[in-house]
Design a protein around this ligand. Structure first.
Ligand SMILES: Nc1ncnc2c1ncn2[C@@H]1O[C@H](COP(=O)(O)OP(=O)(O)OP(=O)(O)O)[C@@H](O)[C@H]1O
Length: 264
């Protein structure tokens, strides 16, 4: 079953085409990464899924159904700007999330509080950007929601916290709690934990696949190598990313596939 199916999603804002027929699917139990340059349309896509931005056309199915307010209890969304309500404390957020999400995991959340020494009486706005990012992600993972959507989840995190969040993300999926869709610029770290990806540029999907399949279908070859009719995606310095399943060159890393398609 698909946790998400995005079909031909299009959106204009102020007469500018922001998304053009965006299509990709996220299988249940995947960690799907939406990658692309600044202004590519990642956040707008995530907001359309959450119905925070109204689509112009196309179809978005969440667990095989169009968006309906009742699905919100099954989705936890961490937005890009980590906006928090003024004067609300971490304790207020805790109570709010616990009320909104029926499968709330109190043990997980309390363990996090004691491990990092966060105080429930602290106002959310007083936390640093990185602390807010981490706290909002932990609140999301404490929901036990079937779908977690994270806009640039590791941005502003220190290396230790970043590592911890990646481990938590992998564990969530390994424990079969849900599916993750995230957007990210961190193309070097994604290979550690994502299972599938979609590359978006200028509001268009350039390529989408599982990471394993994408590696099977591409090779990195040197400039003078015989590419045996393979399709050239991009020349990157003195290497070439090609699409082929022939026994040539080397299997690419995820970041090479992403950079190649963005250059194509
Ligand atoms: N409310 C808005 N009004 C006008 N333009 C907007 C609005 N929201 C988004 N855009 C435009 O839509 C385009 C895509 O923005 P979006 O935030 O979706 O990109 P992104 O891929 O998430 O970028 P980044 O990686 O920089 O966060 C940009 O050109 C942006 O200026």
């Amino acid at each position: 079953m698909y946790a998400l199916e995005i079909k031909n999603l299009s959106k204009q804002i102020d007469g500018k085409q922001i998304l053009s027929s965006v299509s990709f699917k996220v299988q249940e139990g995947e960690i799907m990464a939406l990658v692309g340059p600044n202004g590519a349309g990642k956040t707008t896509t995530l907001k359309c899924i959450m119905n925070a931005v109204k689509k112009d056309s196309g179809e978005i199915l969440i667990f095989e159904k169009p968006f309906h307010p009742s699905i919100k209890k099954d989705i936890a969304f961490v937005t890009e700007h980590r906006k928090v309500f003024n004067n609300l404390t971490l304790g207020d957020y805790y109570k709010m999330y616990k009320t909104l999400y029926p499968l709330w995991n109190d043990t997980f959340f309390k363990n996090f509080l004691s491990k990092y020494g966060f105080n429930l009486n602290e106002e959310m706005q007083k936390f640093s950007r990185g602390q807010k990012t981490f706290i909002l992600a932990i609140l999301a993972f404490s929901t036990n929601a079937k779908l977690i959507i994270l806009d640039e989840p590791t941005q502003h995190l220190d290396p230790a916290v970043r590592f911890e969040l990646i481990e938590i993300t992998k564990q969530y999926v390994n424990d079969k709690k849900g599916t993750i869709l995230l957007s990210s610029h961190e193309i070097f770290e994604l290979e550690e934990y994502a299972t599938s990806f979609a590359i978006i540029k200028d509001g268009k999907i350039l390529y989408t696949d599982s990471i394993d399949e994408a590696k099977q279908k591409h090779r990195i070859v040197s400039l003078n190598e015989n590419i045996k009719g393979a399709k050239v995606i991009a020349v990157m310095n003195n290497e070439v990313l090609v699409q082929t399943e022939e026994d040539i060159g080397e299997y690419p890393r995820l970041n090479q596939i992403i950079v190649g398609y963005l250059k194509s």
